[in-house]
Design a protein around this ligand. Structure first.
Ligand SMILES: [Zn+2]
Length: 600
């Protein structure tokens, strides 16, 4: 609150520090005119309805209309979204965004016949359509759609499934209400003696406290509430898993995991390889916990001791210009063209740099086909983490920039499975660059530890979650009941495996499985782990390679969604169907732990 008073208002920001949205729209008035025109076009969807099976010409006309409508919508939506992010308290832009969302949802309704109408075309006829020259620009779109044919039911059955969507979300909604609204965690006294209400938002901050009693108290109080509601939480999580199992069966999938991975065309072996490789490298993680325990001078290490920094923060200061210079220097292995383009964008006006009153917190990157790849930051010169954030967001931006430049609109937008590769790759290069230039021991140790914690949080922890999702869904699919005891038992076993024999596991930690919102959207988190692994393996390859390795990677950045994610990555140089990428990332983790042990 104290800080908020010192913040400038949006209008006090220097234009040169703010993003320039004029490639999207020169001003609000231009947006308004375009929006009115766009809204009127929604009615145009009706013209194509019922005609898609007529022939390639009719189908191509529908695609042309839909894509052009969608592209105009992306431009309108991006502008409104970015305007809201500049100052979330500005009513004008809230209204602008609201109007966009409401029109977009009407448009989605109007377009909702397209998919089922195509899927209802008999297979032989569909094949002919796909092969037709006039549909060549949309061939991949069509093939991706047609893959769903064996998992699409009759019209009547599809109607029933659609009717129960809301009902099927009940378990998730009940969990969210309990978790966010009803559960109260009480008050924790911080290291300065202040009494502060414990919330989801500040729990992690308490775990960063240098005082163990503060950490322990936050831990105990938080889990007390989960213990008090454990039967309800087991019921809601079970409900969500049963719903996954039901939909997978209803749609003729062999299992819920296969159904979840189907969209990205990722075989289940990728998921299993990830888990197997992480298992092989668990001794490095145990080693790290032991280093941490010794450094903290503790007899035993508890979960609430694993977040507090074991090395004091580096005193660093990078003005915006210096941060850009540092990031560009770190990304030199990507070549002069990449660096020059990014430097122009960052010293120019791709990025909205500093905090102001009402601005959205954190950082994000928002690419669009017709505008610049914009970045929102709340940059602070004394935080090294913010330089890493800049490198990360710049990775997304360049991915958008290259894909938009290279691909037609329908194939430019990359999927989540590959999105975090481009951003984490840049963080990895920044980390290596800083390590290569770190002179003193303390600085080196800090950077090594930072990297270790990143891999621990993203590869090890997310894989543990992925394994929990796998096991619980298997139990449900085998017809065994998922009781409270079953959940706690499965999770406890995983904790023992992932934290090792010397870790002091508190009993209540087995309730952690009831506080991870991602578990209500199963088989998603593994992508964080595969993404970071691919990024590290690719950074290795580009750094130690030559022109060919670099060009392979740059081709990946230009690929958008023009191929399936595993194919894009394979062409870039990593095959996620083989254990190599995850092994490379975790071998590096092991080396970093060895180094940290020597350094401190
Ligand atoms: Zn990201």
């Amino acid at each position: 609150m104290k800080k908020a008073r010192k913040l400038p208002s949006r209008s006090q920001q220097k234009p040169s520090d703010c993003w320039d949205l004029s490639r999207l729209f020169p001003d609000d008035e231009a947006w308004e005119t375009a929006f009115r025109r766009w809204e009127k076009r929604i009615a145009g969807y009706a013209k194509h309805r019922g005609k898609l099976a007529e022939g390639p010409g009719a189908l191509a006309a529908c695609f042309r209309f839909d894509l052009s409508f969608d592209r105009a919508g992306e431009r309108l939506g991006t502008y409104a979204h970015l305007k809201v992010a500049e100052d979330t308290t500005n009513d004008t832009y809230q209204r602008m965004y609201g109007r966009f969302v409401s029109a977009a949802s009407r448009a989605a309704q109007a377009a909702s016949y397209i998919r089922p109408e195509i899927l209802a075309i008999p297979s032989g006829k569909l094949e002919k359509l796909i092969a037709d020259r006039r549909l060549a620009p949309y061939r991949l779109m069509l093939e991706r759609l047609v893959r769903h044919k064996p998992h699409t039911l009759s019209r009547k059955e599809e109607r029933l499934l659609a009717m129960q969507t809301e009902m099927a979300e009940t378990a998730t909604h009940a969990f969210e209400q309990l978790d966010n609204a009803d559960m109260k965690f009480g008050v924790v006294q911080d290291e300065k003696g202040r009494r502060i209400e414990l919330t989801h938002a500040n729990f992690l901050a308490f775990l960063h406290s240098p005082k163990r009693s503060v950490r322990r108290s936050a831990f105990t109080k938080l889990y007390r509430q989960y213990a008090d509601h454990q039967h309800t939480l087991a019921a809601t999580l079970n409900g969500s898993i049963q719903s996954d199992v039901y939909y997978a069966r209803a749609r003729n999938f062999a299992g819920s995991r296969e159904a979840a991975l189907f969209g990205d065309r990722v075989p289940e072996s990728v998921y299993d390889n990830l888990i197997a490789s992480v298992h092989r490298h668990l001794p490095s993680l145990y080693h790290y916990y032991d280093v941490r325990r010794r450094k903290m001078r503790l007899r035993d290490l508890h979960h609430y001791d694993t977040y507090v920094p074991i090395l004091s923060k580096l005193q660093t200061r990078h003005t915006w210009a210096q941060a850009v210079e540092l990031v560009i220097a770190a990304l030199a292995p990507l070549g002069s063209e990449y660096c020059a383009t990014l430097e122009r964008g960052l010293t120019g006006r791709w990025c909205d740099r500093y905090e102001n009153r009402g601005k959205q917190s954190g950082a994000f990157s928002a690419g669009s086909y017709d505008g610049d790849p914009h970045i929102l930051m709340n940059y602070q010169a004394d935080l090294l983490d913010h330089v890493f954030t800049l490198a990360h967001e710049a990775g997304h931006s360049m991915h958008s920039y290259y894909s938009a430049k290279q691909q037609p609109y329908q194939y430019y937008d990359y999927v989540i499975f590959v999105a975090e590769v481009a951003s984490t790759f840049n963080e990895e290069l920044l980390s290596r660059h800083l390590l290569a230039t770190a002179r003193d021991r303390r600085r080196r140790a800090y950077l090594v530890n930072r990297q270790i914690d990143a891999v621990r949080a993203t590869v090890f922890r997310q894989t543990m979650f992925a394994e929990f999702e796998k096991t619980t869904h298997e139990v449900a699919e085998s017809g065994e009941p998922l009781t409270l005891e079953a959940f706690r038992g499965i999770y406890r076993e995983l904790l023992e495996k992932y934290f090792g024999p010397d870790f002091a596991l508190d009993d209540e930690l087995s309730l952690e499985c009831f506080r991870i919102p991602h578990f209500y959207r199963a088989f998603y988190v593994y992508k964080y782990a595969t993404g970071m692994s691919a990024a590290i393996a690719l950074a290795d390859r580009v750094e130690s390679g030559g022109r060919r390795e670099r060009d392979d990677y740059l081709r990946f950045l230009r690929g958008g969604c023009s191929q399936d994610p595993l194919d894009l990555l394979r062409d870039a140089g990593v095959d996620m169907e083989k254990p190599h990428a995850v092994d490379t990332a975790l071998d590096r983790f092991g080396q970093l732990v060895e180094e940290l042990d020597e350094l401190i």
